[in-house]
Design a protein around this ligand. Structure first.
Ligand SMILES: Nc1ncnc2c1ncn2[C@@H]1O[C@H](COP(=O)(O)OP(=O)(O)O)[C@@H](O)[C@H]1O
Ligand SMILES: [Mg+2]
Length: 291
């Protein structure tokens, strides 16, 4: 396992600004992940993952499982590798030329990085929702119908109509858009656009949904709506969500993973992480001493 010594100054607040007892011990060593990174019924299994951008290592020997019908939240200070790790799961890092991923990652026991793996169907099985809602410059209907068409899931209008309606219903958007399906997706509010992007991800019947700070561009009401939706979606999907909001992690996830400088410091059931963290770095972060 990797061992790391934190540099003074990277995380600890200046001594003059903080009372003595609030100082994070900068000599804390992250030698292995504490808590429960593995699970019995893993949908996704990531073992000994290392990620490099050129010569720079962004993820250090991370092992983590995500169970079926589980929401795992990934939290940690900006730049700690949450997005990089999330992008390993559906091979989005393949699109970054300098990026190299090492480790064993499997979906239902099948390798995600095998030589025979075609990333197009992989990304249909492992959908992604981004920070900023990114509807296609097409109609609401076409945004949702696009995936099923290109993946050959449906081609007849009646089949597509059904998928579009079901996906929009499951994303909690149908009633708001059913009379304007032929209007541009980009004309919706931010919160509606994000639910449209979730409907688009659902339309190809994924098994896993990755969300990278899906609410950070949304107002509190739209955020609450997405959080409710995440809880409903858990019945049918495995979900990994990166969030900078600890309240959001506490509300939507069953387990929470705390990342720090590319290391997975602690994973535990969400309540434990927020009420009784095992690692002092986790505690320092959740009590607001850095981040
Ligand atoms: N495309 C990239 N090229 C080079 N370095 C990157 C790239 N994306 C992220 N990094 C670096 O990898 C580290 C982790 O970044 P990231 O995964 O975006 O963290 P987070 O999502 O936790 O804020 C950071 O040091 C960041 O600068
Ligand atoms: Mg990020």
């Amino acid at each position: 396992m990797t061992t790391m010594t934190l540099d003074a100054g990277t995380t600890a607040p200046a001594a003059t600004e903080q009372p003595e007892q609030d100082a994070v011990n900068t000599n804390t060593r992250v030698s292995e992940t504490v808590g429960h990174p593995l699970c019995d019924d893993a949908k996704l299994s990531m073992r000994n993952v290392n990620v490099f951008y050129g010569e720079t290592q962004a993820i250090h020997d991370v092992s983590l499982d995500i169970g079926r019908n589980e929401v795992v939240a990934m939290i940690g200070p900006s730049g700690c590798g949450k997005s990089t790790f999330l992008r390993c799961i559906n091979r989005m890092n393949d699109t970054i030329e300098s990026c190299r991923v090492e480790g064993d990652l499997t979906l239902d026991g099948e390798p995600i990085y095998g030589p025979k793996v075609d990333v197009v169907p992989l990304r249909a099985r492992v959908g992604m929702v981004f920070q900023k809602p990114n509807p296609f410059p097409k109609t609401i209907y076409e945004n949702v119908a696009y995936g099923p068409k290109i993946h050959g899931i449906a081609s007849r209008r009646a089949e597509l109509d059904e998928i579009v309606e079901n996906s929009l219903r499951r994303a909690g958007l149908w009633n708001e858009v059913k009379d304007r399906l032929d209007k541009p997706g980009t004309g919706l509010s931010g919160g509606q656009q994000q639910r449209l992007c979730i409907a688009r991800a659902i339309a190809v019947s994924p098994e896993v949904i990755l969300m990278d700070e899906p609410c950070s561009a949304l107002d509190p009401i739209a955020t609450a709506r997405i959080e409710e939706l995440i809880d409903e979606l858990r019945e049918n999907y495995t979900i990994a969500i990166v969030t900078h909001s600890m309240q959001q992690a506490a509300r939507v996830s069953q387990r929470t993973a705390y990342f720090h400088l590319g290391h997975l410091v602690e994973v535990n059931d969400t309540e434990t992480v927020f009420t009784n963290p095992e690692h002092e770095l986790t505690e320092a972060y959740i009590t607001g001493r850095f981040g």
